[in-house]
Design a protein around this ligand. Structure first.
Ligand code: UD1
Length: 420
């Protein structure tokens, strides 16, 4: 176990590069299972979740090779063991993304019950009911989900609630299903679009990317191709908030503003200046007095739930009071207790948090409970008086590539130490 120690109070200045998106990399890596030859993937972030997915694929029989050009070649054409082992996947919910591809290609899958961030019950009933309607026989015990289908059939399926990995799983399951599978109320997230664009570039027939209605016409095979993962809009958004919260001036390279419009408009409403170019976005808060704003999360193109915790920290030290309403997950306020230890004034009522802005936060010993909550604590540490210690930073490494290196490059003082 490791901890981060942050000396607060430094204004951040300079520029950093945005890494590839974890949430696009994971389904694209899982999709390698569908191929009869290898695929090449570039711009993959160096993250614990990505290495867990690679280890999972490797344990099932995939060959993985890092090329000289930095691309990763994944050959999952001869999987010997379509089973996602419990020890490997219990820590990562996205392991369920191998379910659809395994069924499509091998007609069976054995998947550990998913783990991951502790932000609610996070069932996978939509994934399972879609697959069941497609003809899969499903058995569940305390540790594993067993799926078997001699043949999958096309369905018309409407998601009861928008689900990102649910959409991705059913798309991949339907790739080889003869006929047309119609999915309604699908996720429009850019990461889903990235997966669809990649699969279509390899011969899949998927229509409706970025809309609620997606249709998949079954094809016989996919032809291995190469793909660069799109940039991580949540990482970019987190570092823009880091610039704003420290009254700094920070440019994020390798991100296009149309991926992060709700983040940009919320920052502008809070009073900071945003400039943007073709592939960069800059925040300038050097002369800004931050104003509190209400936030309500929602599926894309709404305000991302994955940025809720970070903006809550920003609201904590902004003028006035604000309401944050979480509509995607029912238990995504675990950062609140920790932020309160640092002097934040927040009261919770069901899925709403009321935040009274304070003039500053004070460094404290806090603990990271989930990925984005951890990021909100790092932001609080950047602005908090004195020293903040964040324990259990395992979750941060699941989703932020070299977080302390990137922030220190901008002038932060963060060190990583082993927990004794
Ligand atoms: C993905 C993202 C995660 C993000 C979330 C919402 C990945 C790897 N992770 O998670 O970072 O926070 O989208 O943008 O891409 N639900 C059900 N039954 C299901 C599936 C979902 O009730 O079968 C509910 C969930 O509990 C939640 C909501 O639907 O309340 C949305 O969840 P979903 O979009 O599925 O989240 P993930 O795909 O797990």
């Amino acid at each position: 176990m490791e901890k981060l120690i942050i000396k607060g109070g430094n204004q951040l200045h300079g520029e950093i590069n945005c890494s590839g998106a974890k949430n696009a990399g994971l389904p694209i890596l899982a999709s390698s299972i569908l191929f009869s030859d290898s695929i090449q993937v570039g711009n993959l972030p160096h993250l614990k979740d990505i290495s867990t997915m690679l280890e999972l694929l490797n344990s099932m029989g995939s060959d993985i090779c890092l090329e000289e050009n930095g691309m990763l070649t994944i050959d999952s054409s001869n999987l010997t063991n379509p089973e996602a082992r419990y020890e490997l996947v219990k820590t990562m919910r996205a392991s369920i993304l191998v379910m659809g591809p395994l069924l499509a290609k091998y007609g069976r899958a054995k998947i550990s019950q998913p783990g991951g961030c502790n932000i609610g019950t996070r069932p996978i009933d939509f994934h399972l009911s879609g697959l069941e309607q497609m003809g899969a026989e499903i058995k569940i015990d305390s540790k594993f989900i067993y799926l078997e289908a001699k043949k999958l059939r096309p369905i018309d399926f409407s998601f009861p609630k928008i689900s990102v990995t649910g959409t991705e799983n059913l798309i991949m399951a339907a790739i080889f299903t003869p006929g047309v599978t119609n999915l309604k109320n699908c996720a429009k997230e850019p990461e889903v679009v990235d997966l669809i664009n990649f699969l279509n570039s390899c011969g899949a027939k998927i229509e409706g990317a970025g809309t609620s209605n997606i249709s998949i016409t079954g094809v016989e095979d996919l032809v291995g191709g190469d793909w660069n993962i799109l940039p991580d809009r949540i990482e970019a958004g987190t570092y823009l908030v880091a610039g704003a919260i420290t009254n700094g001036h920070v440019r994020i390279n390798n991100i296009s503003d149309n991926l992060i419009l709700p983040i940009i408009t919320t920052l502008e409403r809070m009073g900071v200046t945003i400039k943007k170019g073709k592939d960069w976005v800059e925040v300038d808060a050097t002369t800004s007095d931050l104003k509190s704003v209400d936030i309500e999360t929602g599926p894309f193109p709404g305000f991302p739930t994955d940025m809720q915790a970070q903006f809550m920290t920003l609201n904590c030290i902004s003028d006035g009071s604000s309401l944050t309403t979480e509509t995607v997950f029912e238990n995504r306020f675990q950062h609140v207790t920790e932020l309160k230890k640092m002097g934040a004034k927040i009261s919770l009522n069901n899925n709403q948090a009321k935040i009274e802005g304070v003039s500053n936060l004070v460094g404290s010993n806090v603990s990271a409970s989930d990925l984005r909550a951890s990021a909100s604590l790092v932001l609080a540490g950047l602005v908090g008086k004195n020293r903040t210690q964040i324990d259990d930073i395992y979750h941060i490494d699941r989703g932020y590539e070299c977080i302390e290196e990137k922030l220190n490059k901008l002038g932060a003082e963060i060190i990583r130490e082993p927990t004794i």
